[in-house]
Design a binder for this molecule. Structure first.
Ligand code: NGQ
Ligand code: ZN
Length: 456
């Protein structure tokens, strides 16, 4: 790689030590080499904005962006997570590798415009439509990596192990043939997926047992042996039926089972963890694992409400993900997280623990720290040694122009949303200016053509 250097000055930036003014940042090869507040402006590119560390998106299935809005019509017997899943299986049943790449690139454009600068893609569609592996078993993983390369998204690829259709080794259904591998086949796929991310400048790979429904205890052990380091993500306790089925299978609830039978620690991200007993909440918080909350999707799918207040009071670490990608907005996920807690507790400003704390700041700091842990890359702080990933808010936006400091975050999260985003820089490169991704037009043209064809 040719070494590249960029020197910026932001009007304002949120540093680990707090808000600072005239912040000089030296960037080399995509990473921050020096940070200086009240920096002289000579020889630097001035950026008139408020720089935040970019927010990681810790959970997504990019292909589902293509079915956004297509499962919002009431079915014959009422709808649920499980009827939505049928629609989703039908949708993915025809996707080609090109389609997967085009939809992923479009989703990543919108994620970047929406304030996410890193993505953990929980990738489980591996095979051709008839369930046969592609010549390269990691073909579709490589397509996700290609979309990240095209859009500039900072990628953590999580190839998913999916072996059974339910607890206790139930055979997969026809709708699941594109996902299924045993551990031996998965090991080959994982190696080839590693090659795909190795082509990117700074990407990570992790492992993802899909859920306790799809991976047996034995397979989970073997999977962990394949990757002794790096992120481990799993869907858990999202739906009441999943908790009931897990109890029937094991006598334990899903999170309880995981905490008792798997080495759950800082490497782990437990996605959703919606249905917890008070004891599970405390134990999960103590484990150091990240609770991977996907507030907009969880609302859309009717999952339920995470025990956020008790989890945060117990020192739990959380981050946010856009999961089904029904809507792509970093501030929107944080807003929905707080709002669901307000509705549950019939109170306001419930996630901050102390008087005087800004809710926007608590949400943003928390989700950046937990998201960085979950994606397993050096992201999440405007500090030396971290990737140069910034979301830059427009200080002249009508909702931001008369406030400062933590109020900027309150207004970003609760009033302005993504409209306050002026530009986005990933690994030192500007990818979004004036709110638009630089390749938006070409990528969206392809997306629209692809979706027109798919929808007939
Ligand atoms: C998924 N999505 O893998 O895309 C799942 C649905 C399942 C969410 N859990 C499929 N939100 O869990 O079986
Ligand atoms: Zn998911």
């Amino acid at each position: 790689m040719v070494s590249s250097t960029r020197k910026l000055t932001f009007d304002h930036a949120l540093l680990p030590t707090g808000w600072a003014t005239d912040v000089g940042i030296d960037i080399t090869d995509g990473s921050i080499r020096a940070v200086q507040a009240n920096a002289p402006s000579e020889g630097r590119e001035r950026i008139n904005g408020i720089a935040l560390p970019g927010l990681p998106n810790l959970h997504s299935h990019t292909f589902q962006r293509g079915m956004g809005g297509l499962a919002e019509t009431r079915g014959p017997r009422g709808d649920s997570f499980w009827t939505w899943r049928q629609v989703m299986y039908r949708f993915l049943g025809s996707l080609t590798p090109d389609d997967v790449e085009v939809i992923a690139a479009a989703a990543m454009v919108e994620m970047l415009e929406g304030g996410f600068t890193a993505l953990a893609e929980f990738h489980y569609v591996h095979h051709d439509v008839d369930g046969k592996p592609y010549d390269n078993p990691a073909e579709l993983s490589a397509r996700i990596a290609a979309a990240a390369h095209e859009t500039g998204m900072g990628l953590t690829l999580l190839p998913v192990l999916y072996s059974s259709g339910g607890f206790g080794g139930v055979a997969p259904t026809d709708g699941q043939v594109r996902f299924v591998n045993d551990v031996a086949k998965y090991a080959t796929l994982y190696d080839r997926a590693k090659d795909a991310v190795a082509n990117l400048d700074d990407a990570a790979i992790g492992i993802a047992p899909h859920s306790l429904r799809a991976v047996s205890p034995e397979a989970l052990k073997e999977l962990l042996a394949i990757a002794p380091l790096g992120p481990v993500h799993i869907h858990v306790a999202e739906q009441v039926k999943e908790v009931e089925d897990c109890l029937a299978w094991s006598g334990q609830r899903p999170v309880e089972w995981l905490l008792d039978h798997a080495p759950v620690d800082e490497r782990w991200c437990l996605v959703h963890a919606t249905h917890l007993t008070p004891e599970e909440t405390q134990r999960l918080a103590r484990s150091g694992a990240v609770a991977g909350l996907c507030p907009i999707t969880e609302a859309n799918l009717g999952d339920g409400i995470f025990d956020g207040v008790d989890f945060l009071r117990a020192g739990g670490v959380f981050g946010v993900g856009s999961d089904s990608n029904i809507e792509l907005t970093a501030p929107g996920e944080l807003k929905q997280l707080e709002y669901s807690q307000r509705l549950k507790h019939k109170a306001r400003n419930v996630l901050p623990g102390d008087e005087g704390e800004s809710t926007g700041r608590v949400l943003y700091d928390g989700a950046v720290a937990g998201g960085a842990r979950a994606v397993g890359r050096r992201v999440g702080a405007i500090d030396t040694g971290y990737r140069a990933d910034f979301v830059i808010l427009d200080p002249k936006h009508p909702h931001l122009s008369m406030v400062s400091g933590d109020r900027w975050l309150d207004c970003y999260v609760f009033t302005a949303g993504t409209a306050a985003i002026d530009s986005v820089i990933v690994a030192g490169q500007t990818v979004v200016s004036k709110g638009r991704h630089q390749k938006r037009e070409a990528i969206m043209d392809k997306y629209v053509a692809t979706m027109r064809r798919i929808l007939g």
